[in-house]
Ligand binder design. Structure first.
Ligand SMILES: [Ca+2]
Length: 172
């Protein structure tokens, strides 16, 4: 735990020279750590390199992953590897289009074999570009997968940004 704490703090405190213990206390108590940032990602399909899977967790809401639109009628998904099992508390998804309805499901797994539904948004009417979800049952989650089950005509299957947090501090 001590080693992982130092690693997280090192990321948060980039550019700031601090003693190890001091940095750890700042990282663990004050600044929420996005567990998904720059972690390895994969997807069902990919439109092109400009909209690669990595664009959905590069920290930039202006860049986005786009799925290929073929074959039609098959749900597309995007997945991130957090690197180790974590107790996840919240997830924030930013869609490429504001004012459009995306329907989706968030699933989690420790091993990519057994998956559980962390949040079912397949019936949502929301048109908010930024969706913040509480995930009360996300224990020991290493892989987070978002499956897009439907969306308004005029937009496409894709994600601008996914953030995953292990504490309630996630909400800005
Ligand atoms: Ca992005």
């Amino acid at each position: 735990m001590r080693i992982s704490g130092l690693k997280r703090s090192a990321v948060v405190a980039t550019g700031i020279i601090l003693a190890g213990i001091h940095a750890m206390s700042i990282g663990d108590t004050a600044v929420p750590v996005n567990l998904a940032l720059h972690r390895p990602s994969s997807s069902s399909s990919n439109e092109n390199d400009d909209h690669s899977t990595a664009k959905a967790n590069d920290g930039n809401p202006e860049s986005s992953w786009h799925a290929d639109d073929e074959p039609e009628g098959v749900p597309d998904w995007w997945q991130v590897d957090l690197g180790k099992p974590s107790d996840v508390a919240t997830c924030e998804i930013t869609w490429p289009y504001d004012g459009m309805n995306y329907r989706y499901r968030v699933e989690g797994s420790a091993d990519q074999k057994k998956w559980s539904v962390l949040s079912d948004q397949t019936q949502t009417k929301s048109r908010a570009a930024v969706q913040r979800l509480d995930l009360p049952n996300a224990r020991g989650i290493r892989f987070v997968r978002i499956t897009i089950t439907g969306f308004d005509s005029g937009c496409l299957a894709g994600i601008s940004e996914v953030k995953v947090f292990s504490s309630a501090q996630a909400h800005p």
